[in-house]
Design a protein around this ligand. Sequence first.
Ligand code: HEC
Ligand code: HEC
Ligand code: HEC
Ligand code: HEC
Ligand code: HEC
Ligand code: HEC
Ligand code: HEC
Ligand code: HEC
Ligand code: HEC
Ligand code: HEC
Length: 336
Amino acid sequence: MFVTRLKLPLALFALPVLGLVVWSLAAAGPGQAKQTAGDQTKQEAAPQPAPPAEYVGSETCSGCHADFAPDKLAYHKEIDVVKRLSEWKGRACESCHGPGKAHAESADPKLIFSFKGAPAAKASQTCLKCHAQGLRSSGRAFDAHARNSVACGSCHTVHAPKAKPLLAGVPNGLCVTCHTNVKAEFFRPYRHRLVEGAISCIDCHNPHGSPIGGRTTAQFRASHGNEQPCLKCHSDKRGPFTFEHVPVRTEGCSACHEPHGSVNPRMLVRHQVRFLCLECHTTPGLGLPAGARPSGTAPMGQTPPAFHDLRSPRYRNCTTCHIKIHGSYMSGIFER
Ligand code: HEC
Ligand code: HEC
Ligand code: HEC
Ligand code: HEC
Ligand code: HEC
Ligand code: HEC
Ligand code: HEC
Ligand code: HEC
Ligand code: HEC
Ligand code: HEC
């Protein structure tokens, strides 16, 4: 027990130094922390011995903070019953706010850890002590939010949640309080109906970043098998196709679509389909050996064969003939 009491404040000082230490600590659980590789770093990094950590237990806290009784803690009631957290049984308040004896005796607010005004990294490390385990959670310590000092508490609130799980608001509204440019994109003429509630930011994004090995671009949520989240709903674009249109797989959907919304029909990145196609289909003689191609051409996609008379309106709307543009089971040129 004594080891654990010392561990918490020490860890809080050392954790911002080495995110990975948190990780291994958390994975090992409070009791085994002494054996982890990170332990030594922790000792060296601690500026000075922490004051003795003395706990009083949750009941004492709610003696004065009647509004914050342990049984009002939505999910965190479970700290008392989860086996791997048995160190914290009866001390749920102090698992987040730190040892509180000095504060409980003096009622001095300076002697207890408050999340309000605390540096983002320190506040988040407190939560990560328990919430860093597992592949699904790994992003929380390293994602764009963590790197930009957006703490857990920017989205979560422990004592007065407005939406599940412990969120300060429903995701769409919550997210656009900061991402105002994205909000504007969902008001473009061709768009996903996010404003109407038909889709949510978190259908496509993981607010905690992608797990290791997943897609990292824009914290894309990885669906089954690390495929794009789009396929969860647009499963007809999944394939596997006998004839794939290469960029659908290699570049992803956003090579051709603006996923939030667009001024162009079908949420395309270009106003006219042919301009989209011809931006890639510019390599003459693709398929020839590298030396035989005109110098400086990259193999993006080959120029349409000469019978495509691009001056004629008939040939301008490429997808009237190349109709299965995402891939085909029948035709190498996506005719059907
Ligand atoms: C003897 C009464 C008493 C006890 C027991 C007590 N507190 Fe407090 N606590 C106070 C008072 C008074 C304040 C200051 C309130 C204010 O400024 O509005 C306070 C403030 C706080 C704050 C805010 C600190 C800040 O910087 O604003 C937190 C967090 C807190 N208490 C948590 C706890 C926890 C956790 C426990 C149990 C370990 C606990 N308290 C036990 C009386 C108590
Ligand atoms: C899971 C972590 C966690 C647990 C457990 C927890 N708190 Fe908190 N507490 C917070 C956070 C985070 C805040 C900041 C406001 C919010 O997010 O709701 C806070 C805010 C407070 C405040 C308001 C002080 C301020 O900063 O203005 C008091 C008082 C408080 N907690 C007391 C308690 C008491 C008493 C318990 C035990 C019944 C407890 N807390 C359990 C995380 C926790
Ligand atoms: C002492 C360990 C501990 C600490 C510290 C802690 N939590 Fe938790 N948290 C738990 C447990 C236990 C649960 C309930 C079981 C579960 O769902 O994993 C939980 C549940 C949650 C949930 C809901 C999970 C779900 O699956 O829906 C959220 C969100 C959450 N905590 C956020 C936070 C935040 C934010 C902080 C920091 C302010 C924090 N926690 C600090 C142990 C902890
Ligand atoms: C940018 C906003 C945001 C930030 C920052 C954030 N979360 Fe979350 N969190 C969410 C949303 C939204 C959900 C619900 C996600 C879902 O249902 O897929 C969630 C879900 C959770 C859950 C339950 C589901 C799960 O994935 O296990 C836990 C636990 C959690 N967050 C903990 C944390 C912790 C700890 C931090 C800080 C290190 C944090 N979150 C930072 C928005 C955020
Ligand atoms: C408190 C402000 C805040 C809130 C709330 C917030 N974010 Fe962020 N978000 C940021 C900041 C700051 C960055 C990093 C800078 C940037 O890329 O814009 C970021 C980055 C991101 C990125 C990565 C962008 C990239 O280019 O890699 C995504 C995706 C994202 N946020 C989605 C969300 C989602 C989804 C939510 C709601 C669950 C949310 N954010 C809530 C502030 C916030
Ligand atoms: C239909 C899926 C989808 C939905 C819903 C969605 N996004 Fe995105 N978002 C994407 C994709 C795909 C990208 C990457 C675009 C690219 O590659 O340039 C992206 C990029 C981003 C970026 C980084 C680039 C930028 O535009 O700033 C942020 C931040 C972001 N999204 C936030 C949000 C927020 C906030 C919401 C909810 C209001 C949201 N997204 C809803 C798919 C989606
Ligand atoms: C949660 C389900 C869902 C996800 C995830 C999703 N979509 Fe959609 N998408 C829809 C629905 C439903 C429509 C039908 C149009 C509407 O809602 O008005 C649509 C419409 C579209 C359209 C326009 C169709 C038209 O006829 O104008 C395109 C293009 C599109 N989605 C691309 C994407 C891309 C790219 C992604 C991934 C970044 C994605 N979608 C993720 C549900 C989803
Ligand atoms: C090479 C460019 C390209 C890529 C990559 C691409 N699309 Fe498309 N997509 C198009 C074009 C062009 C259209 C319009 C077809 C038309 O004119 O009828 C379209 C139309 C759509 C539509 C509406 C019509 C329909 O067929 O349902 C949806 C939905 C859609 N795409 C989803 C996706 C998804 C999901 C992905 C990623 C898996 C994706 N697209 C990747 C070019 C592309
Ligand atoms: C992001 C780049 C990109 C865009 C945009 C794009 N393509 Fe492609 N396309 C390719 C690549 C790469 C291949 C495979 C290489 C190749 O053989 O040309 C390919 C293959 C094809 C093929 C199969 C024939 C072949 O040469 O293997 C057809 C037909 C085709 N594309 C038509 C279109 C049409 C029509 C559009 C517009 C709706 C379009 N492409 C948009 C990159 C692109
Ligand atoms: C009137 C129908 C039609 C239209 C419109 C059309 N194509 Fe084609 N395209 C074809 C046919 C048929 C072939 C197959 C020629 C062959 O087999 O030799 C073809 C072949 C291609 C190929 C080469 C495929 C290969 O492997 O040889 C590309 C690339 C291509 N088209 C791109 C485009 C682009 C880009 C547009 C729009 C500017 C477009 N097509 C408009 C009918 C059309």
